[in-house]
Structure formats: C-alpha cells, structure tokens
Ligand binder design. Structure first.
Ligand code: AMP
Ligand code: ZN
Length: 467
C-alpha cells in the first residue's frame, strides 16, 4: 500500500485518491528569472519521481507544474535591463525546460504560465472580496486572515503576536494592512506602470500566492489529490494558497501536501541569494553526467536534507557507470542463448518486491536503490560463477526497465557496439589520418562518440573507453 507523509495532517497516511484510478498533482514550478540551480532541481526531480511512481502504481496521473513568470524579482530585473517581463522570462523558460529534459525529468502534462491566468486570479480575488475574506487598502487588495480560522493548519505555526519580519518568509508588503499577517492578493499598479492588468477592483498585478491557487484549481478542480513543492514553500506560500482557495470555494483544496527538503552545501541551504549555488550547466561544464547528478539528487529520500559535495557526485558517477555496465553485461549474456531456469528468477522477484515496498513507504528512494544494488551484486556473482540463462537475463533486464521507468537512473540504452567493431573503426581512422583524409577520420570519431566510445590519442597509440 502506497503511503505518504502528509504535511497537512502530520501523519504517514495510506494514499487514497479522491477519484478511483485517477490522481491529480500540482507542483509549484520555478520563477523563471534566472537559471535554476541544482537545489531547485532536487525539488523538481522529487516531483518527477512522485509522478512517475504514482503512474507505476497504475493510476492515471495529471501532473501540473506552473511557471511563475511575474513576480517582484522578474519585474526588478526586467526594469534594470529595460526589457519587458516576457523578453526577460522567455529565454529562462526555454533553458529550464532544456535542463529538466537533460536531467531526465518528464515534461509536466500541463505547464501553465501565471501571466496567462490573470483572469482566473481576478475571479478568485473578486469572490474573496464578495465574501468578506479580502479587503482593499490604498488601492491594493489583501487577504483578511482573521476571517479564515483555519489559517496555519498546514504549517502549524502559531500566530500569537506579531510575526512580521520573523525568520519565516512572511510578506512584508509596504502598504497599510489591517493585520501584519495579511498578505497581498493584488498589488496596485499606476496607469503608466508595467506590468499591470485591469480588474474590477483596479489596475494592478497579482501577488505570488494567488497564481498557484488559480492555476491549480483551473486544471485540477477545486479539490485535488496532491500538492507538492520545496519545504520553504510550506509557509507562507502554501498556507496562503490554502487560505485563498478554501476561502473562496469553501472546499478542501488539496488532500495531501508533500514537501521536498533542501539540498544543502557546506551545511547551508543552496540558494542564489547566498551565492553558494551551482546551476545544472555549471556542473555539466565540469564534466559530470546528468545521470550522476540525478542519481545524487534522489539518493536520499525527498523529505530528508541532502548535503551536496563533489566527492558525492564522483561517487554517483561511478555508481551510474556500474549500473550501465551491469545492464550491458546481462544483455551480452542473453546473447549466449543458454537455456533453462535458475535461481536468479527468485532474486529478481525479491528485488522488485523490495523496490516497491521501499517506494510505497513515502518514496524511500535510498532503500529502493539499495534493492537495486543488492540485485546487481547477487546477479554479478552468479554471472561470474556460472552465467545466466536467457530466461534469467530477460527477467533481470525487465527489472532494470522497471527500476528505470520510476527512477530514470540507467539512461537510454546505447545501441551495442562490439569491441571488434570498435578496433576495426579505429584502425580505419588511423589509415584515414595517414592519408590526410581528416573528414573521414572525424566522421569515425563522431560515429564512435555517438555509441558512447571515447578515443584518446596517446604516445602509445589510440586508446578507447566506454563512456
Ligand atoms: P523558485 O524558483 O525560487 O520559486 O524555487 C523553485 C523551487 O525550488 C521551490 O520549490 C523551492 O522550494 C525549491 N528550492 C529552492 N532552493 C532549494 C534547495 N536548496 N533545495 C531544494 N529545493 C530548493
Ligand atoms: Zn506555488
């Protein structure tokens, strides 16, 4: 039985979707004002694993992840550069989706942009004004927390006294509010200021929180199954989303709330504002493979903190190579066509069961990886002792496919090229070079690179290795 630690109830709970067989998930997406760092990608990869695993469990999943393309940072940056917010966010949106694909994260089913959902935000704000849960002050609209007694039910933060300016990310809007805790739904924007949108309650721009209420309910309905995001979003962002959504509909907003813990570095949260962040591109530029980064990011369960080190990343690189080599060996073994049954079949079954019960346990990815490594170790020793039958090899390869469909750590299988063929091509390349046919020699190098073979020209001649 799949169980999640639900932050709303503070309990580990059996997962039961609202509608049989269907699961709706909303994940808070990036603010597209810069390249995302690998801390951000730890959260988004957690979202990807959550979505993949629920699909693996047989549900029909709708996965929505928004793009925040209007907020204070975007407006400040675009003003500094003298460009529109669209001109500012477009290249980072493209870069974000490229990075997600590089990391093996499957594209969300729906990726709504805040700027394309202003109408929906205005509607919610109007409802809140009509039912007394919002008010106007100096042209801006605020949520009236005193009118929503459930406020604080997600973060369990006690709101005794004045919390403004505390250690949490509390809105410190500069305008007059009835209560320091109240937060902006709509911020007044002057007639000639941009960006700004017309609303029945005046020209303005949305607060950050209302974006996610509008986009999640539009695509998943007023009540949906799972809302996820990084732990720093729990308060105030998610608390405010609940207040706005439930305040306007009178219905439960999201049944389960899951939060991913931080990626840290030198025991501090990785954050652009702290200057200790690495983008995915930085790390790949240092020669690490996206698969190793992915492996590292999921090596610790999402709800526990993970400290990033380059040592750890090197370890992940070695592990990934071992896993890929394992798959290759089993594939080669299968080609030998040995017949009969064997005890590896029960090892595979045991490993699949261990994998599933680990993932069922609130997505315990480290236990799930341990189940994979155990199988690799045991199969490797059978392989060296007596080899595998075709049936055993098939069972192992299918299990690898299953693991890969959920975790995405094995990567695409490269079309196999045998050692002999490689040697032949290298010889041909040497001849081409002697004849100064560099076009052909480059062509051969590229062909080999495509198959994951790296050539090194040394004094002793050409050496090659598999990537
Ligand atoms: P932002 O683009 O600032 O809205 O953040 C995008 C996502 O990254 C949010 O879900 C954050 O919670 C998450 N995030 C930011 N920093 C980290 C970190 N160091 N580790 C894990 N997640 C993070
Ligand atoms: Zn959000």
């Amino acid at each position: 039985m799949l169980r999640f630690y639900n932050n709303l109830t503070g309990k580990l709970e059996d997962f039961e979707p609202l509608e049989e067989g269907k699961v709706s998930i909303y994940m808070c997406g990036p603010t597209v004002w810069n390249f995302a760092h690998i801390g951000n990608f730890r959260s988004f990869t957690f979202g990807d694993i959550l979505r993949r695993y629920i699909k693996f469990k047989g549900y029909d999943v709708t996965y929505v992840m928004n793009l925040t393309d209007v907020d204070d940072r975007i407006i400040d940056e675009s003003n500094k550069k003298g460009i529109s917010i669209q001109e500012m966010t477009e290249p980072f949106t493209v870069a974000f989706n490229e990075d997600m694909a590089t990391l093996g994260n499957i594209k969300p089913d729906i990726q709504p942009k805040a700027t394309e959902h202003i109408e929906e935000m205005i509607e919610i704000i109007q409802k809140l004004l009509d039912n007394g849960k919002a008010y106007e002050s100096d042209g801006s609209i605020y949520f009236r927390i005193s009118a929503f007694p459930d406020y604080g039910k997600l973060s369990k933060i006690s709101f005794e006294g004045n919390v403004e300016g505390g250690s949490q990310r509390v809105d410190t809007d500069k305008y007059d509010k009835e209560d320091a805790r109240d937060f902006a739904l709509w911020k007044l924007v002057g007639e000639d200021e941009n960006p700004g949108w017309d609303a029945p309650f005046g020209r303005g721009r949305p607060g950050w929180h209302i974006e996610c209420s509008a986009m999640s309910m539009k695509y998943l309905g007023e009540t949906f199954d799972i809302h996820a995001g990084g732990i720093d979003l729990q308060f105030p962002h998610h608390e405010n989303e609940i207040a706005q959504s439930e305040g306007s509909t009178g219905k439960l907003f999201s049944k389960y709330w899951l939060h991913g813990e931080f990626l840290k570095i030198d025991n501090e949260k990785m954050a652009k504002s702290l200057g200790n962040d690495y983008t995915l591109r930085d790390i790949i530029g240092r020669g690490f493979s996206p698969l190793a980064i992915r492996y590292l990011l999921i090596s610790i369960p999402y709800h526990r903190q993970l400290n990033f080190t380059f040592e750890g990343l090197k370890g992940a690189e070695t592990t990934i190579e071992r896993l890929q080599q394992f798959r290759r060996l089993v594939r080669e073994e299968k080609e030998k066509g040995r017949q009969g049954e064997g005890e590896v079949l029960s090892l595979v079954e045991k490993s699949l069961n261990e994998f599933e019960s680990a993932m069922d346990d609130n997505l315990n990815t480290s236990e799930a990886l341990a189940a994979i490594h155990n199988l690799v170790r045991e199969v490797n020793s059978t392989l060296t002792e007596k080899g595998l039958t075709v049936e055993e090899s098939d069972a192992v390869l299918n299990a690898v496919e299953t693991f890969n469909s959920v975790l995405g750590i094995f990567g695409e299988e490269q079309e196999e090229i045998l050692d002999e063929e490689i040697e032949k091509l290298i010889e041909e390349r040497q001849e081409a070079r002697h004849k100064r046919d560099f076009a052909r020699s480059d062509e051969i190098r590229d062909l080999l690179a495509e198959k994951g073979i790296i050539l090194e020209d040394t004094k002793e001649g050409v050496r090659w290795k598999r990537k």
